[in-house]
Design a protein around this ligand. Structure first.
Ligand code: ATP
Length: 361
């Protein structure tokens, strides 16, 4: 594991008047880079030929670092270029997928915004559960084997297949029937079925809650909420029930986009309580805990209970739904604050008060 002292030594060599904010051109890079520019930083986008288009056309990157393949992010030459640019990297979902957790933990010697140790805790389902349970946050009941299924469950599989092959079952028999069908279609193999994650299917409305924890202010802010637009499920539900039955199609839950939403105001105390609890739990289990953005993906039941089925311990893709601010970030900041700009603001504040060591790892 890269030691904090190693990162602080690199930061000591940086010209603090010329800090560059860097990220990979994908996921939430548009508002990370735009937000950095709004806060007065220069920006660099790491990309491959052909994927640079949005960052050029939206003019959010001052510089580009081109690589042949996204998995080359971890290469020494890229790290060296970033250090030469006095870069602070903002990790997002695609950055983590391309660089790889092992490399982030052990080889990627470039200062990063946030706690790099916590990234594994959101990527591995058991660790994610542990952090949520430790925080006393309501999560779906987990079933250890198909034999235990006694209600509607959703069945998920390991690996980043983005909701493809997930299915709903009501019994052990239905579990095997559907799993075998997906196996025949080449979507799953025996090992996947063996390692299936089975959890209570929560019927509710989707709220993905985007928070920012500021170690400088020691406060959790709610900056926005989105709901997911997933394929094919969101298309499937437009087909009338009779035709759905005739079609006999399997649903999938592949994220394709997001809608901004607001939650009924009386639920906000619960929303803040959940954010505070996660920050406390993360501090206990993975010190220094969460630094900056995190997200709790929840379903709100008819009893107005928020059940969290997934968390992100870094900027979540749903923050793209409020690149020009959300109703919540507007109320707090009196300006259209995106999550990307909020990150840059924290870095700017830390530079001003000489507190970079509180937010860079
Ligand atoms: P990603 O990492 O891309 O967010 P994932 O593969 O980890 O996705 P989840 O986010 O856990 O998958 O689930 C995908 C979708 O499945 C959710 O957005 C939601 O629509 C549905 N879903 C997940 N868990 C539950 C649950 N317990 N009850 C009802 N629906 C669920």
């Amino acid at each position: 594991m890269i030691k904090k002292e190693e990162i602080l030594e690199i930061l000591d060599t940086y010209n603090r008047d010329e800090i560059t904010i860097a990220t990979v051109g994908s996921h939430t890079a548009l508002h990370i880079l735009k937000g950095a520019k709004l806060e007065g930083f220069s920006t660099v986008c790491i990309t491959v030929k052909g994927r640079d288009v949005p960052y050029k056309r939206f003019r959010v990157a001052d510089k580009f670092i081109y690589i042949d393949d996204f998995k080359d992010i971890k290469n020494e030459e890229v790290q060296e270029k970033l250090r030469e640019l006095n870069a602070i990297v903002v990790p997002h979902g695609s950055f983590i997928a391309y660089c790889g957790l092992d490399n982030i933990e052990n080889n990627f010697l470039v200062p990063m915004f946030g706690n790099r140790k916590i990234l594994r805790w959101e990527a591995e389902r058991d660790l994610e559960r542990k952090i949520l349970e430790n925080g006393n946050i309501r999560i779906p009941k987990k079933f250890n084997s198909p034999d235990e299924i006694d209600r509607a469950v959703i069945v998920k599989f390991p690996g980043a297949r983005g909701g493809k092959g997930y299915f709903i079952a009501n019994s052990k028999e239905e579990f095997y029937k559907k799993a075998n069908l997906l196996k025949e279609r080449g979507i799953l193999d025996d090992e996947d079925i063996e390692r299936a994650h089975i959890e209570e299917y929560v019927v509710g409305a989707n709220y993905c809650l985007h928070y920012f924890y500021s170690p400088l202010k020691n406060e959790v802010e709610l900056l926005g909420i989105d709901r997911r637009y997933e394929s094919n499920i969101d298309g499937l539900v437009r087909i009338p029930a009779k035709e759905q039955l005739e079609l006999d199609m399997e649903p999938s839950y592949v994220i394709t986009g997001n809608f901004p939403v607001v939650i009924r105001e009386s639920l906000l105390p619960l929303v803040f309580d959940m954010g505070d609890k996660l920050v406390k739990s993360a501090k206990e289990l993975v010190p220094p805990g969460i630094v900056g953005p995190f997200c709790l993906q929840s379903l709100c039941t008819e009893n107005l209970e928020l059940v969290v089925f997934e968390m992100s311990a870094r900027i979540d893709g749903g923050t793209n739904s409020f690149m020009n601010g959300s109703p919540y970030s507007y109320i707090l900041y009196n300006e259209p604050m995106s999550m990307g700009q909020r990150i840059a603001r924290e870095i700017k504040l830390a530079l001003e008060f000489d507190m970079l060591d509180k937010i860079i790892y």
